[in-house]
Write a protein that binds this ligand. Structure first.
Ligand code: ZN
Ligand code: ZN
Ligand code: ZN
Length: 373
């Protein structure tokens, strides 16, 4: 693991150099965890990795968080810790660690604005850019160990979907069901529940509906989109659409079959050498040909790793050519406003010859019994 991390630091330095960036400034978040293994909580006190394109990395850290930093992989990576005390100015301290004459400084995409602004004020000679374009080149291409972690996360969320009949039935509210699912996400192998969407009936037509007090009706299509994070920091994200007891609305089965065919087509098509935009297009075509083009209102998917949404985005206009190790969701949906909707989502990882699914539960329409589960 430590050798993995030190090679990431080296590659980030090379990448920074190639992008004309003199130094990367990385605050707590997925980028810091990716580069150093340090899973620090973002708080008001400044913690910041100073990674010059050439030279030694250093970590600016509040003195009271020094023990946590030392206990993390940072301790084994030989990164020098530069501690600051409560009355010190950590921004002036950080500015003093920048390479002499640094003119372009990249700050991580998620750095709090107050911190980025204070760093800009402390180093007025340097132009700030976002580090995302530098670090995406690394984070987008998963190593076998990262793919293993995504597979573990996929299996954990599959175990939750497999238990849906225990919780999802007519007469319960979306919120009641969501609470049970959130608990199960942790008991089935995640360290944290990240999100729970239970969207029943007309709510299923809103892609990012979360939970409400709506009572689930017999025959309601219910979109269940759930995810969590496993111990290694990697995320799961899988959607299945269920019918909760009773008989589904008349046209539902017909467009669900179209959606299933679109998702199957996209999973079969995705692989090395094809573009992200083309993966989106092959599914959109199936849905449009069946007359539901207007009802597929979002992109096909997003990359996933230490964050649920990251590069690469599977969207029209993204001409990125997929490579082995790239991990992303394939999640087409059909949404009929005011009525109902459906979405099917799997995480896949691009291999040498195609795409491996991280999610293996059935994608056929599951009609849950309406009795107590
Ligand atoms: Zn989403
Ligand atoms: Zn999802
Ligand atoms: Zn997703």
């Amino acid at each position: 693991m430590t050798s993995d991390l030190s090679s990431r630091l080296c590659r980030a330095q090379e990448q920074a150099g190639a992008y004309g960036v003199d130094v990367l400034l990385v605050s707590p978040g997925a980028d810091l965890r990716y580069l150093t293994g340090y899973d620090a909580v973002a708080l008001e006190r400044l913690t910041c990795l100073v990674l010059p394109a050439e030279g030694e990395p250093r970590l600016v850290v509040p003195r009271l968080e020094r023990p946590a930093a030392v206990a993390s992989p940072v301790g084994d990576l030989g990164i020098e810790l530069v501690c600051w005390d409560e009355a010190d100015d950590p921004y002036a301290l950080t500015a003093g660690l920048l390479p002499a004459g640094a003119s372009t400084v990249a700050v991580d995409d998620r750095m709090w604005a107050v911190k980025a602004l204070a760093l800009a004020a402390a180093a007025p000679g340097a132009r700030q850019v976002a580090a995302g374009s530098v670090l995406r080149e690394l984070r987008m291409r998963k190593t076998p160990a990262e793919v293993d972690a995504l597979r573990e996360a996929g299996q954990a969320i599959d175990r939750v979907h497999a238990r849906m009949g225990e919780w999802l039935r007519p007469g319960r509210t979306e919120r009641d069901v969501g609470r049970d699912i959130a608990d199960a996400i942790v008991t089935e192998g995640h360290v944290r529940t990240d999100f729970v969407i239970v969207a029943a009936g007309p709510n299923a037509a809103s892609p990012h509906h979360e939970l409400s007090d709506r009572v689930i009706g017999a025959g309601d299509p219910v979109v269940v989109d759930i995810g969590g994070t496993v111990e290694a920091g990697y995320c799961s994200d899988s959607t299945r659409t269920y019918v909760a007891g009773g008989i589904a609305p008349e046209d539902f089965a017909a467009y669900y079959a179209v959606l299933l065919e679109a998702q199957r087509t996209q999973c079969a098509y995705a692989g090395p050498g094809v573009t992200a935009a083309a993966v989106d297009a092959v599914g959109r075509e199936v849905i449009a040909d069946a007359g539901y083009g207007e009802a597929f209102v979002h992109r096909t998917g997003h990359g996933i790793g230490l964050e649920t949404h990251e590069e690469p985005y599977i969207v029209a206009g993204n001409d990125l050519v997929l490579e082995p190790g790239m991990a992303f969701s394939i999640e087409p949906g059909i949404y009929l406003a005011g009525r109902h909707g459906a979405r099917i989502e799997d995480i896949v990882v691009c291999t040498d010859s195609g795409a491996e699914r991280m999610n293996r539960t059935s994608r056929e329409l599951v009609v849950l019994a309406d009795g107590p589960g």
